[in-house]
Design a protein around this ligand. Structure first.
Ligand code: SF4
Ligand code: SF4
Length: 382
């Protein structure tokens, strides 16, 4: 398992994290098995949105004696009403549910306290001007939550939260189909067939800007819905008209700027194992470039997707990484210090490019790589 920095929180998180879907299925019966599997594989990041008392208690038991081995991302604003999970901004309910969470998990701290499901600017304003954010700040001052996060499917609302400086972690829905869709307040629209009727060209600029801004400001992204609820793995259900593999979906999310971990939904131990395998998978298995180029309804022509399909470069340049750093610098209008540091760490710089264009022959999206390397060498000075 590889680990990444979660923005500027100081936390090192496993590239593959685990969502709590598997705890919910079968009334939590899989909790022990999934937690044991995660522990043994080095999966240290667990998302817990569910408010079910039983599931929380089962997870508390599974954490006994190994709480410190896991980084818990648990949600504020989810409550248990009439036998099901609900979202609320009612502060007395928020407090009651969060205290119940601590009790049932038998812990006195949560690593990332996630303000749950903010999908509109209006809701963000309610959260940040009202008691919910104040409560999150108070918990942070007390050390009960170590970092404040927020979950969203809407790039507009998420961007407002990220730019506010109030959050350190963003849980966001990322997959190649969502990434084509403009901002909206209804998550169902992201999968609506009518939004895929016309051929879609290149990713939504608002989403691209969100990931770049998170990377620049040091807000760590934790990814949900990397498989589109499983639909992206099935040609009949995928809005793109063809199926991807779990490894391709994971690699796509993990190659977006700012992303630290992808949460596997893990309805079964087999599903979690399929995601854990990402750590040992070959470059070929992870590569989504050719698959994307065959999508009948989506085109990324001329746009670097950071897929790495153009490797190997005869002089050793990691084209995907150089392109990512170049685009981050362009988005900022200058070279951010963190980007410069990452660029400096590359063993072969863009200036080493000999213009052979072997990469361009392999790039499925027709990116003019040699020209981009020249520009990168100019911007980074080497
Ligand atoms: S230049 Fe093309 S093949 Fe290389 S990383 Fe970018 S999109 Fe992928
Ligand atoms: S054009 Fe430059 S980056 Fe591309 S393969 Fe040749 S040397 Fe490498």
């Amino acid at each position: 398992m590889k680990y990444r920095e979660l923005g500027t929180t100081g936390l090192l998180v496993s590239e593959i994290g685990m969502g709590c879907e598997g705890f919910v299925d079968h009334e939590g019966a899989l909790t022990d098995e999934l937690m044991d599997l995660a522990f043994e594989a080095g999966v240290n990041y667990i998302d817990l949105y569910i408010s079910s008392p039983d599931v929380r208690s089962r997870l508390g038991k599974a954490l006994k004696g190994r709480r410190e081995a896991f980084i818990l991302q648990a949600h504020l604003c989810t409550v248990w009403r009439d036998g099901q999970y609900q979202r609320t901004r009612d502060i007395s309910q928020v407090k009651e549910s969060f205290q119940d969470l601590l009790r049932r998990l038998d812990t006195d701290y949560i690593d990332v306290g996630m303000i749950h499901y903010v999908d509109s600017l209006e809701d963000w304003n309610t959260v940040c001007q009202g008691p919910v954010l104040e409560y999150a700040r108070e918990l942070k001052r007390q050390g009960v939550i170590r970092h404040i996060g927020l979950s969203s499917h809407n790039p507009e609302a998420a961007m407002a939260a990220v730019k506010s400086g109030e959050i350190e972690v963003l849980m966001f829905s990322i997959n190649p189909c969502y990434d084509m869709q403009p901002a909206g307040e209804n998550v169902e629209d992201l999968w609506d067939e009518k939004n895929y009727a016309e051929r879609l060209v290149n990713m939504d600029p608002g989403r691209e800007a969100l990931y770049e801004t998170c990377s620049r400001l040091g807000v760590g992204i934790t990814v949900m819905k990397a498989f589109g609820g499983g639909d992206l793995l099935d040609a009949k259900l995928s809005p793109a008209g063809m199926a991807l593999t779990p490894l391709q979906c994971l690699h796509y999310a993990l190659t977006r700027p700012g992303v630290a971990t992808v949460l596997s939904g893990a309805h079964t131990a087999e599903e979690l194992k399929a995601c854990i395998r990402y750590g040992d998978a070959s470059d070929e298995e992870r590569d989504y470039g050719e698959a994307f180029a065959e999508f009948p309804k989506i085109s990324w022509e001329g746009h670097c997707m950071y897929c790495g399909h153009c490797a190997p470069c005869p002089v050793g340049i990691d084209v995907a990484s150089v392109m990512k750093f170049l685009n981050l610098a362009r988005a900022q209008g200058s070279v951010p210090e963190t980007v410069r540091e990452h660029y400096e760490a590359l063993p072969h710089k863009a200036g080493a490019c000999v213009g052979c264009k072997a990469c361009e022959e392999r790039c499925p999206f027709g990116v003019a790589v040699a020209e981009q390397m020249e520009q990168a060498a100019g911007i980074f000075g080497k």
